[in-house]
Design a protein around this ligand. Structure first.
Ligand code: TXA
Ligand code: MG
Length: 356
């Protein structure tokens, strides 16, 4: 299949381009589009065949459910059974925006979209191109991140084309996205609102709105063998570039020394070695490639650059990448969650000169 690629101004999307994308969606086809988090791969969320096409294009296991995207609050009532008081508060505070809420599903939502679950994940994105496309299609749009399953999520149209060219009908190119990490996911069907995936809407922000908030254990550690996390997607290897990624944690000076040591050893073994750093540490590091995620004081930039930087290491042909780690506060929880998964949870502890 030939993939149509059309550029559009992200903030004032071209009506003709949107109409073309909406028509493809109504006919059961697949259209990738920008959102404020990452690019999504859209299909008609009420059409089981369109959902199956999404799984096939991504090479995604079919038990990993999709998020349905809406462009107005009125559309929510048609796809969910009920909205709890806590969910209502979250909607009022954060929609449209980078947070997905899990609800009991309405009958019309096919199991092909929910991976067989009785619940459905719903998001109302704030991105003008996403809103215009969903509105013009007049349908809830199922949209996982528009990457091949397991790869880092796409933050530019070129990432989507790299993974899915020839497998989908259309890509709307609206430039780079704003956040760069996927939406926060919260389960509103449990007694206590539970974060299943951290994102731009942080624990601290949610606590201000609903009080007590729980964190799914799969966010901070590898789920034990046999345990299926509540967000089924969290059990799969994710965000993994071709390079083998390892995280290095510890006091700052020790981390810099350790990263340089590890790079020296690995290059001596003939492996092309990359170091993922910040603007502050990059000048102190040496390897085949040293790429900075941004300033260590700017977590928004680090989140926005993470997936693109992982893809750049692949483009540079790195075999091995060592990365520094970040604090778990605020947006740091989402950054560390994605980093740990991209590294398959491998972390080396660097010790300072006193061995502490
Ligand atoms: O920011 C985002 O959320 C992006 C953009 C395109 O909106 N989408 C996205 O979708 O990240 P995806 O499919 O890559 O991730 C969806 C996650 C998966 O981990 C999945 O397991 C979880 O949501 N999920 C979906 N439905 C669920 C449900 N009913 N219960 C629990 N987890 C669910
Ligand atoms: Mg994804």
């Amino acid at each position: 299949m030939e993939t149509i690629i059309r550029k559009t101004d992200p903030f004032r999307p071209d009506e003709e381009v949107i109409a073309q994308g909406a028509k493809i969606l109504q006919q059961g086809g697949l259209v990738a589009f920008p959102t404020e988090t990452v690019y999504g791969l859209g299909g008609n969320g009420l059409d089981a065949d369109a959902c199956r096409r999404i799984y096939a294009a991504k090479g995604r296991p079919s038990d990993n459910p999709l998020i349905l995207h809406i462009s107005s609050l009125e559309e929510l009532a048609g796809i969910v059974k009920e909205v709890s008081p806590a969910a209502k508060k979250i909607i009022d505070a954060f929609w449209p925006g980078p947070i997905t809420i899990i609800f009991p599903k309405a009958e019309c939502v096919p199991y092909a979209a929910t991976g067989g679950l009785e619940t459905v994940a719903v998001r109302f994105p704030s991105h003008p191109t996403a809103q215009a496309l969903i509105h013009a299609a007049g349908l809830p749009i199922a949209a996982p991140s528009a990457n091949s399953s397991g790869k880092p999520s796409p933050t530019r149209a070129s990432h989507v084309a790299h993974d899915l060219d020839g497998k989908i009908d259309m890509i709307l190119d609206g430039g780079s996205v704003e956040w760069g990490l996927e939406s926060t996911i919260v389960d509103s069907t449990s007694d206590v609102v539970t974060i299943l995936r951290p994102g731009a809407i942080t624990l601290e922000m949610l606590e201000k709105v609903v009080g007590q908030v729980a964190i799914d254990p799969a966010i901070t550690a590898r789920p034990p063998e046999g345990l299926v996390p509540k967000a089924p997607g969290m059990k799969y290897t994710h965000y993994a570039p071709k390079a083998d990624v390892t995280l290095v944690s510890g006091p700052k000076d020790a981390v810099i020394r350790k990263m340089n040591d590890l790079a020296r050893q690995s290059m001596a073994e003939g492996k092309k070695t990359g170091l993922m750093s910040t603007d502050e540490t990059a000048p102190l590091l040496q390897a085949d490639a040293v790429l900075s995620l941004g300033s260590e004081t700017d977590y928004a930039a680090i989140g926005a650059n993470l997936f693109d930087t992982l893809r750049q290491f692949d483009a540079l042909g790195m075999d091995v990448v060592f990365s520094q780690v970040f604090s778990e506060e605020g947006e740091g929880m989402a950054i560390m969650n994605r980093l740990r998964k991209s590294a398959g949870y491998k972390i080396i502890q660097a010790q300072d000169e006193k061995g502490e």
